[in-house]
Design a protein around this ligand. Structure first.
Ligand SMILES: [Zn+2]
Length: 179
């Protein structure tokens, strides 16, 4: 529980930094990055490209756009050699703010796949209105995943499928363009 409390405190600190920075609101793409955002122009462009090329990615973004969730995807280290993670959720006013961390060393289709995977996790959380903070999110994953123990990787088939499907759709797009 102590770990959970520390995480939540850290998360809230980050949240207010994000919320207090008016420049952040201007960064998302004018076309579709309304609820899925990044402070990194490279990641923002990758999200845009993913939505253009993959119907599944587009649907994930549309689902989140239609929700009370706002997702910040940032080039940050998850630790433990994990390339991407849904790090935290915090509620402010009527919105739930999610922080996804990704290793953005390579801006490529694999990164798009990882982002899709994490966005599917965001949708899993959005489907449960009672998950308003990171501690509740941890309890949700302990409930819906078999291996969930509060510390190890807590994985769902839906997130794995979403990432794999997006990767396949990106490959199909490339093949169509190449013809
Ligand atoms: Zn996952």
């Amino acid at each position: 529980m102590d770990t959970v409390n520390r995480v939540v405190i850290a998360v809230c600190g980050l949240c207010w930094v994000v919320l207090a920075d008016p420049a952040i609101a201007q960064i998302s793409s004018p076309t579709s990055l309304v609820h899925v955002r990044s402070r990194s122009p490279q990641i923002a462009a990758l999200i845009q490209r993913g939505a253009e090329r993959s119907a599944t990615f587009r649907q994930l973004v549309a689902t989140i756009d239609g929700s009370n969730g706002i997702v910040y995807i940032e080039d940050e280290n998850c630790g433990h050699g994990v390339p991407a993670c849904l790090h935290s959720v915090v509620t402010a006013g009527t919105h739930r703010f999610f922080r996804v961390k990704v290793n953005a060393r390579n801006i490529d289709d694999y990164l798009t796949q990882m982002i899709a995977h994490e966005l599917r996790h965001v949708v899993e959380v959005l489907e449960d209105p009672s998950v308003t903070d990171s501690a509740a999110m941890m309890r949700l994953y302990q409930r819906i995943t078999r291996e969930g123990n509060g510390e190890g990787a807590m994985e769902t088939a839906a997130a794995i499928d979403a990432g794999n499907t997006v990767r396949a759709e990106l490959r199909a797009f490339e093949r169509r363009v190449a013809q």
